[in-house]
Write a protein that binds this ligand. Structure first.
Ligand SMILES: [Mg+2]
Length: 159
């Protein structure tokens, strides 16, 4: 398996099966990425909030690892996850392993959920954690459509 290949891939957090993670994979904790994962389109969806609630009810420990130095306190309060690390320097292994210690879990008992193949998926795989990739199909489609339109106009290279 490639370093950038996730174990699972979904378009929404709420598509993740808690039964599978808990019963089949022995997962006891989740580490979430923040931007583009919990926070999408500047908000945390109701589906995501419900997923977090269910995960807590099932006894999973939840935490956040973000490379962003700024994570909204108001949103953190809403989603009620206390173990958070900003400016985490993912994909280094250390922030993942430090968070495992904070959560009092072994790396293999933790699933990492993120939308970046390098910082989240590569980092999780290197730390020997279960990696779950959240792909943003809509933004990809939107971008593709924009690129197609530009191609039709004869504009090839857009950064
Ligand atoms: Mg992200």
């Amino acid at each position: 398996m490639g370093h950038l290949t996730p174990k699972d891939s979904y378009s929404n957090i709420s598509d993740i099966s808690l039964d599978y993670l808990i019963n089949d994979m022995g997962i006891k904790g989740l580490i979430f990425d923040f931007d583009g994962t919990l926070l999408r389109n500047k908000t945390v969806s109701l589906d995501t909030l419900n997923f977090l609630k269910k995960a807590k009810e099932r006894g999973l420990k939840l935490s956040i690892l973000s490379n962003n130095p700024y994570v909204s306190k108001t949103i953190l309060k809403t989603i009620n996850i206390t173990a958070t690390k900003k400016f985490a320097c993912k994909p280094l292994k250390k922030p993942f392993l430090d968070m495992a210690k904070t959560m009092k879990l072994m790396p293999e008992q933790i699933a990492v959920i993120g939308n970046n193949r390098i910082s989240d998926i590569w980092g999780a795989n290197r730390a020997n954690m279960y990696s779950i990739y959240i792909h943003n199909l809509n933004s990809h489609r939107t971008r593709k459509r924009a690129e197609d339109t530009l191609n039709e106009l004869g504009i090839k290279h857009v950064k």
